[in-house]
Design a protein around this ligand. Structure first.
Ligand code: G3I
Length: 328
């Protein structure tokens, strides 16, 4: 069933945020891309522009051009803006070499980064992914340059530094593979419980939700969301896409994709998870088309809009789910 409301209207009427990750280059060059983003979504996040690498072309300079363009686009169009991400082990600047720094210098480097970036977007970014992917797939803390220098405390510090410069913004921990109850989400639960016990200012947890081949069981996703909420945290779905392994496609992939998106939106509505961001606007801009290794393994059609920015069955399913009766 196709509804008469746009996706954005259906979400807004439901006090729900439906978002898309944006790339500045596509925003500037492709009118159908930015029109779709503006008309169909009420939340945005820069896909890459706020990461340390893209932001810092040289040791003593920041380049905010792309990040500003996306954040301004969101603000001008009355959208909720997520900031992604302050502290991560990937996409660090090419010039950054950890061995050039003592542990104390790394601490100062990271503090300056968090202060500068959060400070610039104070009152224009609504929520930050402060730390991204700190937990490894086996549930241990990932051995990153930040962990190596500062131990687990790097998480405490990052959240505290962000809070120092913006008392209002919501501060999130964000990770993949932790969408349902499993070994990794157990480890993240334990980590966040420790942070909260230490008084670290953390407001929420972002479940990335890259359903590339597997489909996390919706009931388990609901249980997972609820246990984080019971810790006092908000939960958002921050990077959703639904693809398939290239050698294992279902008979009717678009219908299967639509059903799964619908199920997860229904889980959001039932649990009070009020934000779901898709990791791109349309299939042609999905990271799965260009990201080495993944593009060979997974189908590049994981989003709500096709290559021409036309709505897919998944679009109708999400819009219908958001237009349905309020059962919360
Ligand atoms: O823009 C540069 C270009 O100037 C350069 O010439 C070219 C050469 O490789 O690279 C371009 O940058 C690429 C960038 O995407 C923009 O297209 C990077 O190489 C590439 O590594 C980067 O990939 C991003 C990836 O994170 C990096 O790990 C993806 O776009 C982005 O979708 C992906 O997003 C991550 C989230 O941040 C965290 N969760 C997982 C998610 C998917 O991997």
């Amino acid at each position: 069933m196709t509804t008469e409301q746009t996706l954005r209207e259906a979400a807004t009427n439901r006090d729900f945020r439906i978002g898309a990750a944006l790339a500045a280059r596509a925003l500037r060059s492709d009118p159908s891309y930015w029109k779709t983003a503006k008309n169909e979504f009420n939340a945005v996040t820069p896909e890459n522009a706020l990461k340390m690498g893209p932001l810092r072309p040289s040791p003593h300079a920041y380049d905010f051009t792309d990040a500003d363009a996306i954040v301004d686009f969101g603000r001008k169009n009355d959208m909720y803006v997520r900031g992604h991400t302050l502290v991560w082990h990937n996409q660090k600047p090419e010039w950054f070499q950890a061995w050039d720094y003592t542990d104390d210098q790394l601490r100062k480097f990271l503090r300056d980064h968090v202060h500068t970036v959060v400070g610039r977007y104070r009152s224009s970014i609504d929520a930050w992914d402060v730390v991204n992917e700190a937990v490894a797939d086996d549930g241990t803390l990932r051995e990153t340059v930040w962990y190596d220098a500062l131990g687990e405390e790097y998480l405490d510090l990052a959240f505290q530094w962000a809070r120092e410069v913006d008392p209002e913004v919501d501060l999130y921990y964000n990770d993949y593979g932790a969408d349902a109850v499993n070994e990794k989400s157990d480890a993240i639960y334990d980590l966040l419980e420790r942070l909260l016990e230490r008084g670290v200012p953390i407001d929420g947890v972002g479940l990335q939700f890259h359903a590339l081949a597997g489909r996390p069981d919706p009931e388990s996703v609901a249980e997972n969301i609820r246990r984080f909420q019971d810790l006092g945290l908000d939960v958002q779905i921050t990077e959703m896409d639904v693809a398939n392994a290239v050698d294992d496609r279902p008979e009717n992939p678009l219908a299967e994709q639509a059903d799964y998106y619908r199920e997860i939106v229904e889980v959001c509505l039932e649990t009070g998870c009020d934000t779901l961001v898709t990791w791109g606007v349309h299939d042609a801009s999905s990271w799965l088309r260009s990201f080495k290794d993944f593009s060979e393994r997974y189908t590049g059609d994981p989003l709500l809009f096709d290559d021409a920015c036309d709505p897919k069955p998944a679009y109708d399913a999400v819009t219908d789910a958001l237009s349905g009766p309020d059962r919360s």
